[in-house]
Design a protein around this ligand. Structure first.
Ligand code: NAD
Ligand code: UDP
Length: 339
């Protein structure tokens, strides 16, 4: 592990936590980010958390020449590719922009890695690549069929990476399919900083608990679940970050291949269960009203997380209570995120 790790999207929500865990594991890190959905303040906070300055490059992952230069200058031998656009709803209205950034960005990165002689890659995939309506838990061999331009962009890249590896055994690749990353670093210094109205459940609950929003709209109270609300596999962002460190160790140890692996807890939690847990963690009430179902939502979705355990010796360790406590600490210390 002499080479440096390039973390694209390294100032984003998950990428920033991955940077902390990589440094903690003794890795040399260079983060690249366009700041399209993040703030330069994250670089300072990462330096503070890790006790050393962060090598940060402000740039776009679609800039092949820049990427080759960065990889050569820093002696990069592995890439964690987080950079991309992630709002499912927005992707329906701006599909070409999503394919450009997510598929085009990944293609540019692969070209640059090829140019710089780097062949180890971890790609941020998503549980949205799975077909709707399948049996739970989702195993990696479950049917794939993404339901949105965002999901399809992830699926295309995964398939491209499998083809790439089949064409050239020098590559070693892991596509990590995240379930629902939530929470924040326990220091309260880095976390999720959504712009505008949060799309996701936990950031929205955080803003209701802190009094920034009046009430949560619970999208659907008539699903075929124990309490009628949607069930998801929430996983602490630091567990996700550790999953990347373990996956990288695995790729180095076991060499080649291209694998797709779930990162989840294996536990389903309903919207109302999450809300109650957040009330406990924050000591604040979270008023809510049941609203119609949100278009495109499934009733339930959780992972079979045993492959990650077998391949990487990784499992999620943090509880739902910790997810809420860490989210709340971040929310209280940074009511406006990084702004
Ligand atoms: P994020 O938006 O916080 O982080 C993405 C980062 O990439 C941002 O800092 C953004 O500025 C940067 N970026 C975007 N386009 C770029 C470009 N062209 N060049 C350079 N930098 C660019 O999102 P996140 O939640 O940290 O997600 C990271 C990755 O994980 C994404 O690929 C996302 O699709 C995937 N993912 C996220 C979730 C989730 O719920 N957060 C779930 C599954 C998969
Ligand atoms: N949800 C909700 N109200 C909100 C946001 C989300 O009831 O304001 C529900 C949503 O319907 C789903 C769960 O919370 O059942 C998780 O949604 P999120 O958008 O966080 O993640 P998803 O699994 O949809 O990617």
């Amino acid at each position: 592990m002499d080479g440096a790790v390039l973390v694209t999207g390294g100032l984003g929500y998950i990428g920033s936590h991955a940077c902390v865990e990589l440094v903690r594991a003794g890795r040399r890190v260079v983060a690249l980010d366009s700041l399209a959905n993040s703030s330069a303040a994250v670089a300072e906070r990462l330096a503070e958390l890790t006790g050393r300055p962060l090598s940060f490059v402000h740039g776009d992952v679609r800039d092949i020449g820049l990427l080759i230069r960065v990889m050569r200058e820093h002696g990069v031998d592995s890439v964690l590719h987080f950079a991309g656009s992630k709002a499912v709803g927005e992707s329906v209205g701006r599909p070409v922009a999503y394919y450009d950034n997510n598929v085009g960005g990944s293609m540019a990165l692969i070209a640059a890695m090829h140019g710089a002689g780097v062949r180890r890659l971890i790609f941020s995939s998503s549980a949205t690549v799975y077909a709707r309506g399948g049996a739970m838990p989702l195993v990696e061999s479950s049917a794939l069929d993404a339901g949105s331009p965002y999901g399809r962009s992830k699926l295309f890249v995964e398939q491209m990476l499998f083809d790439l590896r089949a064409s050239d055994p020098a590559w070693s690749i892991a596509c990590l399919r995240y379930f629902n990353p939530v929470g924040a670093h326990p220091s309260g210094r880095i976390g999720e900083s959504p712009r505008g109205v949060p799309n996701n459940l936990v950031p929205f609950i955080a803003q209701v608990a802190s009094g920034q929003r009046e009430r949560l709209q619970v999208f659907g109270g008539d699903y075929d679940t124990a309490d009628g609300t949607g069930v998801r596999d929430y996983v602490h962002v630091l567990d996700i970050a550790e999953g990347h460190v373990r996956a990288l160790d695995y790729l180095e140890r076991d060499g080649g291949g291209c694998v797709a692996v779930n990162l989840g807890t294996g536990q389903g939690v309903s919207v109302l269960e999450m809300l109650r847990e957040y009330e406990r963690a924050s000591g604040r009430p979270v008023p809510y009203a049941v609203a119609p179902r949100r278009a495109g939502d499934v009733a339930r979705c959780w992972a079979d997380a045993s492959l990650a355990q077998r391949l990487f010796d990784w499992r999620a360790r943090r509880s739902v209570a910790q997810m809420c406590e860490d989210s709340w600490r971040w929310q209280c210390a940074n009511p406006d995120g990084y702004r």
